[in-house]
Design a protein around this ligand. Structure first.
Ligand code: FAD
Length: 288
């Protein structure tokens, strides 16, 4: 089923994200974690696409297994910065052959040392989106950045480029993680004002590992509020306490979003079924 059709239903949708293993040896563990996440009956499960081909070959297979073996709609991520146009199109063909209707179309990060992608590549996500539209009847998602994309110093330009991207045929947007809902509300206000009207799925990251998170936030430019710093300071070195606090913080963010009328939420569950399950338990009455 197309995600955009699900989003039209009058109910709260929770979806999860998983990532493929770094090597083929890890595939069984990822499939087993995904199976447990699928049992939580999410609206869909998204599967990331590794830059540079490394983990990317498993994306299509895992997305296909989610639909055919686990009975849940899947969203396959696809990036273009590290591949030729021909390589990207061959992945689109495989997705079509597997009956995957939902693609999250991304540029991906530019590989280190490369000034800008070569000419036989798509330079930006909007070019990829235009191409996917020509290839079939896909439901297309794209990324957006409530705090602005890290490469773009000018937030207004970032929103203008986002509008250009959406106008190329994007059905819905998913946000980069954020830890202060006020940033999301402000972003929604600004993009709606610029005429971006597609559904926006806030991306919520339950933080269960403090070191990894500090590094990721630095790279992506995500602001960590003081309240979150206090949690990292107090529980960062105690993995089980950090996990509990991270789940509680994410739950709190989600409840606030739902209370403020946002009905679709995407959770960066990072192949951790126990984290996904704990959040669903915390929300059980809210989702009823
Ligand atoms: P674009 O929309 O192309 O934007 C990239 C930059 O170019 C921005 O700074 C934008 O302002 C600027 N820009 C856009 N259009 C123009 C233009 N016409 N002229 C000049 N500048 C322009 N990465 C992966 O490798 N695999 C994944 O699976 C993955 N999943 C993700 C999922 C989500 C929800 C998010 C938020 C990110 C994900 N990423 C993933 C990371 C993403 O690939 C990077 O953030 C990447 O740097 C930007 O991708 P994009 O599709 O947003 O790019």
């Amino acid at each position: 089923m197309k995600i955009i059709d699900k989003l039209q239903e009058n109910k709260i949708h929770i979806s999860f994200e998983i990532f493929p293993p770094k090597t083929d040896a890890g595939i069984e563990a990822v499939l087993s974690a995904t199976e447990q996440i699928a049992k939580l009956a999410p609206a869909f499960i998204s599967v990331t696409y590794g830059a540079g081909g490394g983990t990317s070959k498993n994306t299509v297979q895992i997305a296909s297994d989610i639909q055919k073996k686990m009975g849940v709609t899947s969203l396959a991520h696809l990036t273009c910065a590290s591949s030729t146009k021909e390589e990207v199109l061959s992945v689109v063909d495989r997705l079509k052959a597997e009956g995957i209707e939902n693609i999250l179309a991304l540029r991906g990060d530019i590989p280190e040392g490369l000034e800008f992608p070569e000419t036989d590549q798509y330079h930006y996500a909007y070019e990829l989106i235009r191409e996917i539209k020509k290839q079939g009847d896909f439901c297309i998602g794209a990324a957006c950045y409530p705090e602005g994309h890290v490469e773009n110093e000018h937030k207004e330009d970032d929103i203008a480029y986002l509008k250009q991207k959406v106008d190329c045929g994007v059905d819905f947007l998913t946000t980069q993680m954020f830890f202060d809902n006020a940033i999301l509300y402000n972003f929604l206000y600004r993009i709606r004002e610029k005429g971006i009207t597609v559904p926006v799925l806030p991306g919520i990251m339950p933080v269960t590992n403090s070191r990894q998170m500090t590094r990721i936030c630095k790279l992506s430019g995500t602001v960590l509020p003081q309240r979150f710093h206090a949690i990292l300071d107090r529980f960062g070195e105690k993995p089980e306490a950090m996990k509990q606090a991270g789940i509680a913080y994410a739950t709190d963010q989600i409840i606030d979003l739902i209370a403020n009328g946002i009905d679709h939420i995407h959770i960066y569950s990072m192949n951790k079924p126990e984290v996904a399950a704990a959040i669903m338990t915390n929300l059980s009455e809210i989702l009823r």
